[in-house]
Structure formats: structure tokens, C-alpha cells
Ligand binder design. Sequence first.
Ligand code: ASP
Length: 650
Amino acid sequence: MRFRCSGRMALSWVLPRVLPELARGLTRPGCGRALRRAASASASVAPDFNSFVTRTNTCGELRSAHVGQEVTLYGWIQYQRQGLFLVLRDFQGLIQVIIPQDEAHSHVKNLLCNAPVESVVRVTGIVSPRPPGQENPKMPTGDIEVKAETAEILNSCKKLPFEIKDFIKKSEALRMQYRYLDLRSFQLQYNLRLRSRIVMKMREYLCNLHGFVDVETPTLFKRTPGGAKEFLVPSREAGKFYSLPQSPQQFKQLLMVGGLDRYFQVARCYRDEGSRPDRQPEFTQIDIEMSFVDKAGIQKLVEGLLQYSWPEERGSISTPFPSMTYEEALAGYGTDKPDTRFGMKIVDIGDFVRRSDIRFVQHALSYPHGTVKAICIPQGVRYLKNKNLESLKESAKSQFNQEIVEIICRPDGSLKSLLTRFLGEKQQSQLVQALNMQADDVVLLAAGEEKQVCSALGSLRLESADLLEAAGLVLRDPAAFHFLWVVDFPLFLSKEENPTELESAHHPFTAPHPSDTSLLYSDPTKVRSQHYDLVLNGNEIGGGSIRIHSAEQQRFVLEKVLKEDSEVLSHLLEALELGAPPHGGIALGLDRLISLIVGAPSIRDVIAFPKSFRGRDLMGNAPDYVTPEELKPYHIQVSWPLEEKEAKKN
Ligand code: ASP
């Protein structure tokens, strides 16, 4: 078939026919763009919400154009007032239903007046304009109402544990216990529907436009060395356990060895990290892997993917995203995930105070990694109280063992601080300039070991931004989305618990930076990696790398640098010896990404059935006990902690 680029063909006709052509590369160059437009337009065709069911319309879709029509609606009773009208709700919105008052409809009146809120009802009636003056401009359906003719209570609702209204405050534990009720809220409906829409667009972009293959990989597997702790699943073979993978990392690499070329998956991942705020033991990644690709290729792919799937109602995002090295991020923001929506960057002021007589400054600068750095809090004098400044200093002390000294810029531009008497006029004006200090700004200064100073100031930067905003100064536009690539991470970091040992900064499959490869064998601590992270508004939303595809290099990293037992990965090492193409990939944290897009305070707000802070399902009460009989096939016995044994006895 010859494909013509011009002409407005029905999309349902175009897409199934041309996409195989596109995949075979049969279309001409300009046609690719046309197809792209066509494919993107396909997503904007309005779905038919009323197919396959006996309702004629959804509650929320009715407008003045429907006036005069007889409609059949299904929904939940939001409220009922004075026996005269009720408001019916479905996933699309609210509609006012007029309860008939005449004798002939007394049965309908009876039903609708006595049904408790949140009962499920069917109403058939005529769409009518609201009487003049009674329109409700706040409701999308506010110009009309439905005059009920017949009604049926499909399920009467018992007393609710909480009202299904977004503005009613309820504890998160209660919301999680009755998650199916919480899901009825407009906010959660919006969040889950937006999530579904974005994932659909991602599939479209990856599979239809760029030839990725959606492959499901096993969730019952075996331990992967390094990285997060994995959940174990018992097997019927005595002493043998499966692991739930923390990501499909090995499989996606093996798919490249298998010649799939471009893989993606909406992948469920598991990490047994105990209770950590705003983490989930099971979460979802958009997992991607490509053969014959470099860092720039993956970055371009991800930028295109996000741009394509970005919801219109959140504005547009521009690409390419800015990029920063790991070193720059740590030096300027004290973290590898900088929030670049606001300034207050960390400034090195060592040169200006070097010749002063300040003892702790001299002491810090006498060490090889000694440094003096500062951040400037704009309008700190006006927006921060003394107790705020004290709590900032206290937090640097308790979290980082770091002393902080403050410098205040008076309205006349002069400086007030314990340090000023040690600083000459020139040094003071150099400081003012370097930190761009204005009247009423407060500077927090730290001297000490570079990494500790940067981490402390990076944390104070975020804490003071929160304090300034709580006091009314808007620093971070809630509608702004600042993407940032962080690159050139070190390949290995010292283990926190034993600094003489190394662990992978990303994971053990990450390739060294091409210009540092020889260092791998002489001084691994100095090797930069081909690892990249994607940061959005100060949150890591993705990470990936170009992989090691040489078995020899992979074995060296595992055995000699990380001191891991490479036998656990013998299948992967063997695969790398059997014609593995160069490859790389990335995983985007879908839950975090969606929560940032919708501005949700927690990732739990974009997951249908999340776990609690402690990893429990509060609705179904999982995890749960099983009987010793159920454990027998797995050759497992529970060794009860003493206090639980006692509790069970009583
Ligand atoms: N598997 C990695 C992760 O889950 C991502 C990647 O390297 O592609 O963080």
C-alpha cells in the first residue's frame, strides 16, 4: 500500500494501517512528522463513556445542549435537600436532580427522599434549564437540572465512616482503611485518571512512535547483589527463596542481549526498606533500555517522552533540560538533587576570609578538604524570627555536626555579626558582593570539611526556603517545573558503615566514563560513571546509565572493586560473553513524577491502594499471620520475638 502524507484521513483508519509501514521504514521522511501528529491527535478523541451500559449520559457531562432530552443517569447521592432536590455524583461530576412533588410520582419522591447519602441510584428524567437566577456558575452543570421521572435505589448506603467530600479533613489512616471510599473523592479520581492518561501517552510515544517493545519481566527472581534490600518469597524447596526484584535491571539488559533492541515496561518494583517517609515497598517505574545508545540518546528520548506525555493543563515543558555535574550540584546546592526553582546557592567565601584572624576559619582552611562557604537568605531579617534562626543552627548541629555563624545585612548595608570585627572593610565589601547581599538579608556561614559543610548548607537552604514561604515570601512557583540532569557521578562511593569499602553509586552494571576507564584498574575511587539522574523540583524522578557490556570488566567490578560473589550473576556474565550489544537505559519513578505533576503532598495520593508508612495495607490488613500448617510446605517456622509470644499467650 502506498501511504500518502496529505489529506485528512479518519484516524481510526490511518493508524492501524500506517504504523506497521512506519515500523518497516517504508514511509518517506516527511511522513514521520505527519504520523506523529496523527498519533498524538488519536489520544485527544473523546472516549465514549456510555458504551456497553444502559445510562444515556454521565452526570458530569450534561450541559444546556441536552435540554429537552430524556436521560438515564447512574450515580451516588452526594446530598439531598428539603425533599426537593438531590445532587447526584459520578466520576465526571455533579448534577442537580429535581425530586417530583406531584401525587403521580409519590413513589419516586419517597425513594429519593429516604435514600441515605452515598446510596447508588438510577434516575431517568428530562434535562431542563434551571429557573432564571438559580443557575450555579460554580458547577459545570450549573445551568441545568434533571426533572426525575423514575428512579431506583440500586444499593442503599449504611452510615459512612467519613463524608465523601474533598474539603472534609480525615486522618490518613482512616482514608487508607476505607480506601474505596477515599477513591470516590474528586482529587483521587483526578489523580488516577491523569496517571492513566500520561501512561497511555508514554506507551504511544515509546511503542508507536519509536518502536519500543513492551515486555513483562518476572517478579519472582533471585537476589541481585548491591543496592536496596529485597523481599524474599519462600519456595517449596527447603531453604530456597525467590527475591522480588528491586527493578527489572538484569532482565532489561538480557533483553538487549536477546536482540529486542528497545524495551520498555510499566514495571512494578519492590524494595524492603522498612519505614521511610514517602516511600512505598512496591512502586512503579517506567523502565527503559536501548541498544547502541549513548547518554545523549537516552536524555533526548526521555525529554521527548515527557514533553509528549505532559498534561496540557500543566503548561508546556521546554527541552533540552539543563544539565549539571554531580560535583557542581554538591558544591552549589549541597545535594545531588538540587531544587533549581530558587537561588540561595552555596558560595565559596574561603578567599575573602582566608587572611582574617578568625580562629575556626583558619582551623578549617588548614585541612586538605577544608572550606568556608555560605548561603544568603533573602529578606531573612523580615521573614525569619530569632527562633527560626536558632532552629536552623540547631538542625545543622544535630544533623551534620556543623556550627553555623550568621551575618546580617543592616538597612544601611553594614554587616552585623560576631565576625565583623575580624574583617576589614575591603573583606566585608567582598563578602557582600560575592553573596549578593541586600539590606535585611541573612547569611549563614559554615567552615569545615567540604562535604559536611555543603551538605549542611544544602539542607539549611531548603529549610530556610520552607520557613520563608511559611512566612509569606513566595520563592518557588507552585506551577513551575524545573527539570535538571545530573551527570558525571562517581562510579563508586565509600560505604557509610565502612568507608574503606566501596559500593556502586548507581548499581554494579553502570559503565565507567570513557575517559576514566583506565582509572578503574588503578584508582576506582576516582572513576566517574556514565550514570545520569533526572531531577524535578529537587526530587529525583529518574536514573539510569550506560551499562558495562564487557564480561571481563563486569567481573572485575563485581569481584575486585565491590568484593561481591560474582557467581550470583554468572548467567549475566555469561550473556555478556555471548554477543551482548552496547546498551543503556533509565527508569522513571512514575509515582513520584505524577505526584509532582498534580502537586500531591505524598506519592500515596497517586497510588490506588498504597501501603502505610510502615508498609502495611490498612484496608486488608496485610501482611497477616499464617498458620504453622500453611508454612509447612515451605519448611519454615516462625521464631516469635519474646514480647509477641507473651501477647499471644494472654
Ligand atoms: N534499574 C535502575 C533503577 O531502578 C535504573 C536503570 O539503571 O535503568 O534505579
